[in-house]
Write a protein that binds this ligand. Structure first.
Ligand code: ZN
Length: 192
């Protein structure tokens, strides 16, 4: 696996970085960390997030540890393509809520020479790969998988355990509805 290394960034070309993992693994914190470093370097940064996610704040991205940065809320990926025009660094949070068209958009932006940083859940609450993340991982130059800690046994966790009964794939919520579990402790709750 090609680890992301900020000291050996390519020049005169764009690329795609994906930060993936379960909930509570620090994906958004890692995205915010990379964005802050780019801002300190006076690079033009634009952050996008899907409209579906309004659990903390409408116009900023906020990690579970409550670091915040201003972001543009978009309903579809074409708005990212249009809104990213003047920026060099494009950050996209909660990417699992976008359609598979996100792959094409990220490729186009990277082809234009932009640095594209995408964070999202790689699996849904059942442990099934969550589109468009699997396809995005395939085209990305750099992949970081963040692990949480299993609340049951303390092992490294990469699964999101849903604590309430629902068959809906998308059920926006935070600590009250989900927790991080390892492979051994994760189970699929009955849908009701
Ligand atoms: Zn466990």
């Amino acid at each position: 696996m090609m680890e992301f290394n900020p000291h050996s960034m390519p020049t005169k070309t764009g690329w795609i970085e994906v930060i993936c993992g379960c909930m509570f693994s620090g994906k958004t914190e890692e995205l915010i960390r990379r964005v802050r470093r780019a801002i300190i370097a006076k690079q033009n940064v634009k952050i996008f997030k899907p409209k579906i996610d309004n659990r903390y704040s409408a116009n900023e991205i906020v990690s579970h540890s409550e670091q915040a940065l201003p972001s543009q809320v978009v309903e579809n990926v074409n708005e990212i393509l249009e809104g990213a025009e003047d920026s060099y660094v494009i950050a996209i949070d909660e990417a699992q809520f976008f359609s598979n068209d996100l792959i094409d958009v990220c490729n186009k932006l990277a082809d234009k020479g932009k640095r594209v940083i995408v964070a999202g859940l790689d699996q849904d609450y059942r442990g099934v790969p969550f589109e468009p993340m699997p396809n995005l991982l395939a085209v990305a130059e750099y992949i970081t998988k963040t692990l949480a800690i299993c609340v049951e046994c303390g092992n490294p966790a990469d699964k999101t355990q849903r604590k309430i009964h629902s068959g809906e794939r998308v059920l926006v919520g935070a600590a009250e509805s989900y927790e991080a579990r390892c492979r051994k402790c994760h189970y699929i709750p009955d849908a009701e």
